[in-house]
Design a protein around this ligand. Structure first.
Ligand code: CP
Length: 469
């Protein structure tokens, strides 16, 4: 498998072996960073940053210049024709005809995926709203690998705004895939979103233990955790006894503490952000004096605000500036590989990959839509061409996962397309809690957000429209 012509819109677009291959090339390039100027000579990168950025934008642009390529850029939606109502699909088609690769940061979740669908050139997601930031995860894993030699078996705490932090979401998936154990330490009300937890526990096969279910004596010993994700690589007999496994984890201390800032730009009111700011957990010298942190490296995707005290910058455990510096060779390697200008050997998977679940897909012009107001599929300029598309991840209760932002919806009504075969009296809708949810074949399913919607499409309520049976 080659990385040439591939897009990276989510961390799961890369296998663990492909990530290792990127690190191998990044090591080689960082040893001779000024000698790479022929690698991408003549190639052009479009750098589109429609949200503020220092590290991601400038390290991608530095990477392209170091590789001998050139960069065109746009950094303000208001200065592009998106401000006139152009869709991002049209923008992608046009920019894809100018440049060889597109790097995009956009506030809408799933925007990079849409751009990748239309651009015709490789597209790299440099952060799409609160959804994912896969190349930050490459920098994070690269730092863990360099400092700890391995990721499998590490214990890593994710700290801060776990709800809105896109770096957190991509990193949590990657850590789970590499076999790390994760401690979640959110700010108040900033716990990991349900859809991320669901993916971690169903697709990465680890187990999530909620902290409030643990023995009281254990609490307060370390961080006031929200939950612990226990990787399946932890010996099985241990993982089956929750309290014991947690005690073992706490005793061994943390390998890394990954701190994030409050993502205040994701709050609808500044008052809400201000309230949370006052109770946001801070990492400082005093905290790092606890014995559990003796060997802990401190990471942060940056920028920091108040959650990471400047007094620890000179501490040898502080890794955040190195993490940012490593973004250039990591992104050089990625860009050279997807442009097909460098090749590396990619190892065959050592163990079977995390089982990929082949969920049935639900895609229709009408009916249920994503409920996430930040999802690209719900934006007025994009609904003209994006068909809502979901994976059916569960039937009881009926659960659909939007393919763009990955938020889940639990729609209340369903019907079958079978009435098309002339049985007009079967043009009925049912409750999604009724047995019909398992009887109707996925390719025949029509799913509605409301009875009004079902009725507007000519369906009448069945006996099963209100009850379970
Ligand atoms: N880590 C990160 O994404 O930083 P910037 O927002 O400065 O790009």
């Amino acid at each position: 498998m080659s990385l040439a012509n591939r897009s990276l819109t989510a961390i799961d677009d890369l296998s663990n072996e492909e990530i290792e291959a990127i690190f191998f090339l990044a090591d080689e390039m960082s040893d001779s960073i000024r000698e790479q100027t022929e690698v991408c000579r003549g190639k052009l990168m479009a750098s589109l940053f429609f949200e503020p950025s220092t590290r991601t934008r400038l390290s991608f642009e530095a990477a392209m210049h170091r590789l001998g390529g050139n960069v065109i850029s746009a950094v303000d939606i208001g200065a592009t024709s998106l401000a006139k109502g152009e869709s991002i699909a049209d923008m992608a088609k046009v920019i894809g005809s100018y440049a060889d690769i597109i790097v995009i940061r956009h506030p809408w979740e799933g925007a990079a995926r849409v751009v990748a669908d239309y651009a015709g050139v490789p597209v790299i997601n440099a952060g799409d709203g609160s959804h994912e930031h896969p190349t930050q995860t490459l920098c994070d894993l690269y730092t863990l690998k360099k400092e700890r030699k391995t990721i499998k078996g590490l214990t890593i705490a994710l700290w801060g705004d776990l709800k809105h932090g896109r770096t957190i979401h991509s990193l949590a998936y990657a850590l789970a895939r590499f076999g790390a154990t994760i401690h979640f330490r959110p700010g108040p009300g900033l716990e990991l979103p349900e859809h991320v937890i669901k993916k971690l526990t169903t697709e990465y096969t680890g187990r999530l233990e909620k902290y409030d279910k643990l023995d009281g004596a254990l609490k307060g010993k370390l961080l006031p955790l929200d939950a612990i994700y226990i990787t399946p690589s932890v010996p099985h007999q241990l993982a089956n006894i929750p309290d014991v496994s947690v005690q073992v984890e706490l005793k061994t201390g943390l390998d890394a503490l990954y701190v994030t800032r409050l993502q205040k730009e994701r709050f609808s009111t500044t008052a809400e952000g201000k309230e949370l700011k006052d109770s946001y957990p801070v990492v400082d010298k005093k905290l790092l004096e606890e014995k559990e942190f003796k060997e802990t490296i401190v990471m942060h995707p940056l920028p920091r605000v108040d959650e990471l005290a400047h007094e620890i910058d000179a501490d040898p455990r502080s890794m955040y500036f190195k993490q940012a510096e490593r973004g250039v060779p990591a992104r050089m390697a990625l860009v050279a590989l997807v442009l097909g200008d460098r090749k590396v050997d990619i190892a065959k998977p050592k163990a079977p990959p995390t089982p990929k679940i082949d969920y049935p897909v639900y895609k229709r012009d009408s009916g249920v839509r994503c409920h996430n107001p930040s999802c690209v599929s719900t934006q007025a300029t994009e609904t003209k061409y994006i068909k809502p598309e979901f994976k059916i991840v569960d039937l009881k209760p009926l659960t659909l996962r939007c393919i763009y932002c990955e938020h889940e919806v639990h729609p209340p009504y369903i019907a079958s397309l079978e009435w098309h075969e002339g049985k007009i009296d079967t043009k009925k809708y049912h409750s999604a809690d009724s047995r019909w949810v398992e009887k109707i074949r996925p390719d025949n399913l029509i799913i509605f957000d409301s009875e009004k919607e079902a009725q507007a499409q000519g369906f009448k309520p069945s006996h099963y429209a209100t009850g379970k049976e």
